[in-house]
Design a protein around this ligand. Structure first.
Ligand SMILES: C[S@@+](CC[C@H](N)C(=O)[O-])C[C@H]1O[C@@H](n2cnc3c(N)ncnc32)[C@H](O)[C@@H]1O
Length: 257
């Protein structure tokens, strides 16, 4: 039997907390409401507690569905928008467990999909071994590389990639200056004529501004309500000529955790 690929749950601690508090609140409220004489929760608060528990559990269900179903659909849309022919070098900036990385690798024949992540422990349990295991499970390991690095300072030469994809990553970078730098790094490593697909929860208007300032054309790939939040997707194209060459700032300006 084929093993199931695991791409993880976004904001796992939040989802866990909603489920735990929801269940802890729902159980006494349900016992009180169904068991005559039970007063685990004072009567005036019982209905409110039951409703609040239902809200927390519904919220957890929406977050789980967004990670397990909604994000897959967005990934497929972004990968399709890159219009890969099979020979490209593709970068997944902040690859996590490889959702977009593997989606791109599945479109490649002689090309390579390279995922980079700094495996920020305070954000998720993502790790390179698990990303690699997913690539093996999906049968694309021969077309995948997983690296460790910071997307605000990509360890790649200028114009090293034909396409770049990034999903729910850049908003995690705490300052606008560093987020701007991450977008500029993505532009720098992209070849003329290449495409960038970005999906994120926040700041997408700013990413579009930085992309346009550098001479790329930007179009919207739509808005999805995931995690009860409107998330936007962008597709940017770097022209063959006429874009602003991106220079990295000096080392002292580099953002670090
Ligand atoms: C919410 S996860 C998304 C992972 C994957 N793109 C996906 O959609 O499943 C965010 C990932 O971005 C990574 N990340 C955050 N800031 C980063 C940075 N500056 N450079 C590289 N990776 C970063 C985190 O380590 C984490 O794996």
């Amino acid at each position: 039997m084929k093993q199931r690929t695991k791409y993880g749950i976004d904001a796992p601690r939040v989802v866990r907390a909603y489920i735990v508090f929801g269940v802890l609140l729902a159980l006494p409220a349900l016992i009180d409401l169904t068991w005559p004489g039970s007063t685990l929760i004072p009567a005036p608060w019982r209905i409110g507690a039951a409703l609040f528990a239902a809200l927390l559990l519904a919220w957890a269900a929406v977050m789980l569905r967004s990670s397990l179903v909604g994000k897959m659909r967005v990934r497929d849309r972004l990968v399709d928008a890159l219009a890969l022919s099979g020979e490209e070098r593709v970068l997944d900036a902040g690859c996590g467990l490889g959702l977009a990385l593997i989606g791109c690798a599945e479109k490649l024949t002689t090309g390579k999909a390279i995922g980079i992540d700094l495996w920020a422990a305070h954000l998720s349990d993502n790790n390179p071994d698990a990303a690699w295991a997913n690539a093996v499970m999906e049968g694309v390991a021969d077309r995948v590389e997983v690296e460790t690095g910071d997307i605000t300072w990509l360890p790649f030469a200028d114009a090293a990639f034909d396409a770049v994809i990034s999903m729910t990553v850049i908003h995690n970078i705490p300052s606008q200056k560093a987020r701007d730098q991450a977008v500029r790094e993505i532009i720098r490593v992209l070849k003329p004529g290449g495409r960038i697909a970005i999906f994120d929860l926040l700041h997408t208007a700013r990413y579009a501004e930085i992309l346009r300032q550098a001479g790329l054309t930007v179009e919207s790939l739509g808005c999805d309500l995931l995690w009860l939040w409107p998330c936007r997707s962008l597709l940017a194209r770097k022209p063959e000529a006429g874009f602003q060459a991106i220079r990295r700032p000096s080392g002292t300006e580099v953002f670090s955790w």
